[in-house]
Design a protein around this ligand. Sequence first.
Ligand SMILES: NC(=O)c1ccc[n+]([C@@H]2O[C@H](COP(=O)([O-])OP(=O)(O)OC[C@H]3O[C@@H](n4cnc5c(N)ncnc54)[C@H](O)[C@@H]3O)[C@@H](O)[C@H]2O)c1
Length: 310
Amino acid sequence: MKGKNILVTGGLGFIGSHIVDELINDNEIIIIDNKSTGKIENLKYPNHENMTLIEKDLNDCDLNEILKEVDYVFHLAAMASVPLSVDDPIRCNKQNVDATVKLLNGCRNNNVKKIVFSSSSAVYGNNENMPLKETEPLNPTSPYAASKASCELYLKTFYESYGLNYTILRYFNVFGPKQDKNSQYAAVIPNFISALLEGTQPVIYGDGEQTRDFVFVKDIVQANIHSAESDYNGIVNVASGRKITINRLYEVVRQTLDYDVDAEYLPERKGDIKHSLADVGNMEKINYKIDFENFENQLKETINWFKTQL
Ligand SMILES: NC(=O)c1ccc[n+]([C@@H]2O[C@H](COP(=O)([O-])OP(=O)(O)OC[C@H]3O[C@@H](n4cnc5c(N)ncnc54)[C@H](O)[C@@H]3O)[C@@H](O)[C@H]2O)c1
């Protein structure tokens, strides 16, 4: 993608900052971020001449003005924590749903070419019909998941009512450099790495035979860019389509770091699902394919980044 005007909401966060890093040299980028969890240090080029940073909540922005020249919107800004959303559902709704409707309205007023929305596998809830297809029903079990499901419905509605093009990306367990080790998502990878590097014993909840479907943050970036460039209006799971047990994951992390430490097993956490696996067939619709053979190298890249943070 070159020579475009792009808005990245949540561009100072874990995933959003990777999108900015990838696009900044060849495009004009506006970032809107309220810094609730994001930080400027996440950016590779914090002073790049192609970047305009608006440090505000989306709800407080004059979006009609900001979106005037914008071609594409990557919408990542959100309260991205399930427990926080359970503590404060009203704030979650404002930060996630109100902000999205406002943004969508700005997009339609300014004829934005396409909006790509970061949704989550959380919208499937406790569905055991694996691998999960995008046609499975919405079944949110937290205010966070409900907010993502609501946003998805609004995206579809804005397409039907005003012709605003969209792709909804449902991420599974994302991992990679810059991930906050206190993040609620896939925290297992940053937790394993940081515990080992800091000399504490990593924890596995339950028997470790639960499975997850991990996806590298750079694949998320490519899925976003390919979505913007595709004609597809609809929903796409973004995942590897392969499951790995938490025990096996721990083995790979431990061996990669060359540490000989056993994990501590604690009781299963309430609300944790046993298995998660995506059907990734829809990724064809955005012309993107994930190379899952790369998992160990991606893990190494992540570990190397965590080492720089010590
Ligand atoms: N990380 C994952 O594993 C994962 C999985 C599924 C979905 N997602 C979704 O992907 C998106 C990005 O997630 P992340 O892991 O990078 O989270 P993050 O918390 O690192 O990034 C979110 C960014 O949005 C900003 N923000 C939040 N609400 C805002 C608002 N109303 N106005 C302006 N800025 C706001 C925050 O300051 C932060 O920089 C989120 O929408 C999240 O729900 C993430």
